[in-house]
Write a protein that binds this ligand. Structure first.
Ligand SMILES: Cc1cc2nc3c(=O)[nH]c(=O)nc-3n(C[C@H](O)[C@H](O)[C@H](O)COP(=O)(O)O)c2cc1C
Length: 248
């Protein structure tokens, strides 16, 4: 029988080729985004791509202002992903990409506001947006998964058992990284951040009204426990809890 003779040089070459192949496969496995529909993961973190926002609608600003109300009777019916995306965009979405300016004004364009999204059980009518807590990333219009835990009962408990928190399919928690603004403006920056939260929350109110959704801004809650149950970044502090859903 004929045998192929391989010299030491061929063996070394084969080993180098094998090692390169292994490195290639490993690099691809650990760093390439694993794209499944609207979901991808990088460095073990899951991201959800949100649909692009609509910038035209059927309801005038005047109509939205005149019919805006705080609504506390909310159905458990899920929101769809377009509604969720639109609400987040109204609060902090990018409206001037050349300079990353957002939908709400910000002192010195420091943009301290952070939006956490609590998706309650079956809260969003989209397969990939599972129960859990997410952080909205305005620049990429994506959600970053923080935890898959269902934290509704904690939030309800730590916000004085206010009824809308017991039924809303989605709860936005508006938080702030104060230092982004206080580093520039000192103590006065705190006042600016609170003003900014008002601008942003009013945008959500008007957007929700235009989409016939109900919501209320909640300021009465236990900061420390809310922060802990959301697994909020150490540098962020909660300002508003905003349950949103279809009104009865
Ligand atoms: C800073 C702030 C904190 C609030 N906190 C709560 C709250 O904890 N719970 C609640 O049900 N409503 C809360 N609200 C909503 C007000 O109760 C509501 O805006 C007010 O009753 C007027 O009703 P309207 O929003 O329908 O005009 C808050 C509003 C603001 C501006």
């Amino acid at each position: 029988m004929n045998q192929i003779k391989t010299g030491p040089f061929a063996k070394i070459l084969a080993l180098i080729l094998l090692a390169s192949l292994l490195i290639l496969v490993f690099t691809w496995y650990t760093s390439e985004p694993d794209i499944i529909n609207n979901m991808h993961s990088e460095n073990h973190t899951t991201f959800i791509n949100l649909p692009a926002p609509e910038i035209a609608g059927d309801v005038s600003v005047e109509e939205a202002i005149s019919s805006r109300r705080s609504v506390r009777n909310l159905q458990e019916k899920p929101l769809n992903v377009f509604e969720l995306s639109q609400l987040l965009w109204s609060a902090q979405g990018i409206t001037y990409p050349e300079r990353d300016f957002r939908s709400a004004p910000s002192a010195g364009a420091t943009y301290p506001l952070k939006l956490y999204v609590i998706v309650c059980k079956n809260g969003v009518d989209e397969q990939n947006i599972e129960t859990g807590v997410y952080l909205y990333v305005p620049k990429e219009n994506i959600l970053k998964l923080i935890t898959k835990e269902d934290i509704r009962s904690d939030i309800y408990q730590f916000a004085l058992m206010q009824a809308p928190l017991d039924s809303a399919p989605v709860i936005i928690v508006m938080a702030a990284d104060m230092s982004r603004t206080t580093d520039r403006y000192g103590e006065r920056g705190v006042r600016y951040v609170h003003m900014e939260a008002g601008h942003s929350a009013q945008n959500i109110y008007l957007q929700a009204t235009a989409m016939e959704l109900g919501m209320v801004v909640i300021g009465a809650f236990d900061d420390r426990n809310v922060k802990r149950s959301i697994k909020m970044d150490m540098d962020h502090d909660p300002l508003y809890i905003i349950p949103i859903g279809y009104p009865y």
